[in-house]
Write a protein that binds this ligand. Structure first.
Ligand code: FNR
Length: 383
C-alpha cells in the first residue's frame, strides 16, 4: 500500500487522480470505489456532465496581458483565492480517517471554500473543533425532522460558517437502474442520506429512523407517516425565518426553478445534477447554467455550478458562461484516496495552475474579465 502511495503520490492532472484512486481503492475498498463513481439510470447525465465542457471552445484574446492573472474572487461577501471550491460529499471518512477535516484543512490552506456535508460521518461540531480556520458553508437537506436541521444551523452559526447550502434535488432517494456498478461489482447503489452503508447496517432516514433495505427508501420509511420525505417552498420559508445565514440552493437546473428561488429570497444557487447520482436524464449542469444565469439577472443572487469539472479549462468555461465559482465533488475523494490532505492540496494546486494559465492564454487579467466572448459552442462554428 505504502509503495503504491509513494509510486503514485504526484499525479499531474485530475484524470490521473481518478486513475490512481481507482487502482488503490479497487485493491483495498472495492465497494467504496463503486460508491464514489456510481451514477443513476443509464448514466446519461453523468457522462454528459463531462462531455458538455468539450462542446465549448476557447476564444483567446491576444496582446492584452500585462502581468500574471489574479484568480481572487468573492463569494457571498467572502474573498477566495481561487474560484474552485469543494462540493458537499459524504464518504470522505470512509476513504481515509478524518477525511472531512483533511479536506477542510487543505481547502483553507488553498484559500478556498469547502461545503461540509450533513451526511458526513463526522459531526459538524467536531469538524469545527479540528478545523478552526477556513471558509466553510454547511449543507443540509430539508429533512422532515426539523430538529436535525436546526442542529446543523445552530452549529454552523456558532462555528462561524458563512452560509447554508440546501440540497433540493433529492425529494426521494434514487437508485441506479441495475443495482450493479459499471465495474460489475454488486454494491449498494442507494444514496441513503448520501452516505455509504456499511455491511449489515440499517439505513436511517432523518425523518423516521432505521428503515427497510429497499431502493425507494423514503417511500418505505415515511410510509409510516403516509408520505414521502418531500420538502416544499414552505419548508424553505420556515428555514429562512430561523436563521440570518445566507441560503444557497443546490440542485437547480431550470430558469423556472431559479426564478422561484429568487422570489423565495435565497442568496445563491449551485446549478448541479448531484454528480449524475439522482434523476438521470436531466441536462448536464454546464448546459443548464446559461439559462439559470439569465433567469436571476439583476436579482443579486450568485450562481455557481458543479458536475464534471475536471480541469482549469473547464473552470474557465463555466465562468465564461456565468458561474461565479465552481465546485468539485469526486476529485476531492480521489485526491484523499491518493494522498490524504496533501492529495487534496495538490489537486487544488493543479486546478489553480491550469486555470491561471488558461486565463493568461486567453488574455484575462482578472476574474471580472472572463465573459461569454471567450467561449464558443461547437454549433456556432461554420464547418
Ligand atoms: C455527493 N454529492 C452530495 N451532494 C450533497 O448535496 N450532499 C451529499 O452528502 C453528497 N454526497 C455525495 C457523495 C458522493 C460520493 C458523491 C460523488 C457526490 C453530490 C456532490 O455534492 C456534487 O454535486 C457532485 O459530486 C458534483 O459532481 P462531480 O464533481 O463529482 O462530477
Amino acid at each position: 500500500m505504502d509503495t503504491l502511495k509513494e509510486k503514485h503520490s504526484e499525479p499531474a492532472n485530475i484524470h490521473e487522480f481518478e486513475r490512481i484512486a481507482e487502482e488503490k481503492l479497487k485493491a483495498s475498498k472495492n465497494s467504496l470505489w463503486s460508491y464514489i463513481i456510481k451514477a443513476s439510470g443509464d448514466r446519461q447525465t453523468y457522462d454528459e456532465s463531462m462531455r458538455a465542457f468539450k462542446r465549448y471552445f476557447l476564444q483567446p484574446q491576444v496582446l492584452t496581458l500585462r502581468e500574471k492573472p489574479s484568480t481572487w474572487t468573492i463569494v457571498l461577501g467572502n474573498p477566495i483565492r481561487i474560484p474552485i471550491c469543494i462540493s458537499p460529499v459524504a464518504g470522505q471518512a470512509s476513504v481515509i480517517e478524518g477525511g472531512d477535516a483533511l479536506t477542510g484543512d487543505a481547502a483553507a490552506k488553498a484559500g478556498t471554500l469547502m461545503v461540509f456535508s450533513s451526511s458526513s460521518s463526522m459531526k459538524i461540531e467536531d469538524f469545527g473543533k479540528v478545523v478552526p480556520r477556513g471558509l466553510f458553508w454547511a449543507q443540509t437537506d430539508l429533512y422532515r425532522d426539523k430538529k436535525s436541521i436546526l442542529n446543523i444551523v445552530r452549529n454552523a452559526e456558532g462555528l462561524g460558517f458563512k452560509a447554508l447550502v440546501i440540497t433540493v434535488d433529492t425529494p426521494v432517494e434514487f437508485m441506479a437502474s441495475s443495482g450493479k456498478s459499471d465495474i460489475g461489482d454488486e454494491v449498494d447503489t442507494t444514496e441513503t442520506n448520501g452516505a455509504p452503508k456499511k455491511d449489515g447496517e440499517k439505513k436511517e432516514c432523518k425523518g423516521c429512523g432505521p428503515t427497510d433495505d429497499t431502493p425507494w427508501q423514503p417511500k418505505t420509511c415515511c410510509a409510516k407517516n403516509e408520505t414521502f420525505c418531500m420538502a416544499t417552498w414552505q419548508d424553505l420559508a420556515w428555514l429562512k425565518s430561523e436563521t440570518k445565514l445566507p441560503i444557497v440552493l443546490k440542485g437547480i437546473l431550470t430558469a423556472k426553478a431559479a426564478r422561484r428561488a429568487v422570489t423565495a429570497g435565497i442568496d445563491g444557487i449551485i446549478v448541479s445534477a448531484h454528480g449524475g447520482r439522482q434523476l438521470d436524464g436531466v441536462p448536464p449542469p454546464l448546459m443548464a447554467l446559461p439559462e439559470v444565469v439569465e433567469a436571476v439577472k439583476g436579482s443579486g443572487v450568485e450562481v455557481y455550478m458543479d458536475g464534471g469539472v475536471r480541469s482549469g479549462s473547464d473552470v474557465f468555461k463555466a465562468m465564461a458562461l456565468g458561474a461565479r465559482a465552481v465546485f468539485v465533488g469526486r476529485p476531492a475523494l480521489w485526491a484523499l484516496a491518493v494522498n490524504g490532505g496533501e492529495g487534496v492540496r495538490r489537486m487544488l494546486r493543479i486546478f489553480e495552475d491550469e486555470f491561471t494559465s488558461t486565463m493568461a492564454m486567453c488574455g484575462c487579467q482578472q476574474i471580472r474579465d472572463i465573459d461569454s466572448s471567450f467561449v464558443k459552442h461547437e454549433s456556432q462554428f461554420r464547418y
